[in-house]
Design a protein around this ligand. Structure first.
Ligand code: PLP
Length: 272
């Protein structure tokens, strides 16, 4: 007889994000992370940055018509199992991505609301923050760090984990999406993460996964790598909790082995 149909072995995962030519963050990190999780990686570039481990020296946003041509070239030919959205640059780019998403409606959409790099350089124009907020409901999972979470709510950054959980619940309710709260910006040795969704989609409203801080300054691209790994694994598991429990140990290992890479003089990349 006919056996069980195997799950698709290589999810087709599209990163819509900015380029980091030094390879640590952005689409370069996304493609390495997608490959590390067994996905087939694709990338539509929203913005080109000139940067290295010391910071961003220039940003070029190509015409949005060209972004649309990239997106249409992919979706007119290839079935996309999951999308990761990273650096968007400005409001016109956000509008173009929104219009494409509404047309294509990929099954899994993970949005990393990138605004400012760890180096302090802006990756989203200040005037585009309201546009970014309006894009959140189109995502299945949003992955803000604590400063981004605060900015999306228009509130001060959470000083502790309890406040972060409260902010995460309100953002999840407001957007109707699942929020992954990342504890990496907390003071101290604990680095918990939590999935938050108050509409009954998860096993419980808050699913916390504990973690201990990895002591390294080489954490460039951590957020990019995490969001694209989650998009890839989610295409396979269809279960955010299972996806987070699979990806988090990988990310901690990527941080724990980052110092061995010897890339650059500043904040070097994680070992994707
Ligand atoms: N460059 C690009 C293109 C990015 O998308 C990001 C983060 O999303 C960064 C740089 C910043 O990376 P980090 O803050 O991890 O150094």
């Amino acid at each position: 007889g006919i056996g069980a149909v195997p799950a698709r072995p290589h999810p087709r995962v599209l990163s819509i994000a900015g380029s980091d030519p030094s390879g640590g963050a952005g689409i370069q990190a996304d493609l390495k992370s997608i490959a590390a999780h067994g996905g087939y990686g694709m990338a539509a570039i929203t913005a080109l940055t000139a940067q290295n481990t010391l910071g961003v020296s220039a940003v070029h946003v190509p015409p949005v018509e060209f972004l649309r041509q990239q997106l249409d070239a992919i979706s007119s030919d290839i079935d996309i199992d999951a999308v990761k959205i990273g650096m968007l640059g400005d409001a016109a780019v956000i509008d173009e991505v929104r219009s494409w998403l509404e047309e294509v409606r990929p099954a899994v959409v993970v949005l990393d609301p990138v605004m400012v790099a760890t180096s302090g350089d802006r990756l989203l124009h200040e005037t585009a923050e309201a546009s970014l907020r309006s894009l959140l409901p189109l995502a299945d999972l949003i992955t803000p760090n604590l400063p981004e979470l605060a900015m999306l709510l228009g509130e001060p950054e959470a000083p502790d984990w309890a406040t972060a959980l409260d902010q995460g619940k309100r953002l999840a309710a407001e957007c109707g999406t699942t929020v992954l709260l990342k504890g990496g910006h907390l003071a101290g040795n604990d680095c918990p993460d939590a999935l938050v969704n108050t509409s009954g989609l998860l096993r419980q409203d808050v699913i916390e996964v504990p973690g201990t801080r990895v002591d390294t300054r080489n954490s460039h691209g951590t957020g990019c790598s995490l969001s694209s790994a989650l998009a890839t694994v989610q295409a396979r598991t269809d279960d955010w909790e299972a996806s987070l429990r699979e990806v988090k140990p990988w990310l901690l290992q990527a941080l724990a082995t980052a110092d061995g890479l010897k890339v650059g003089k500043g904040s070097g990349p994680v070992h994707h």
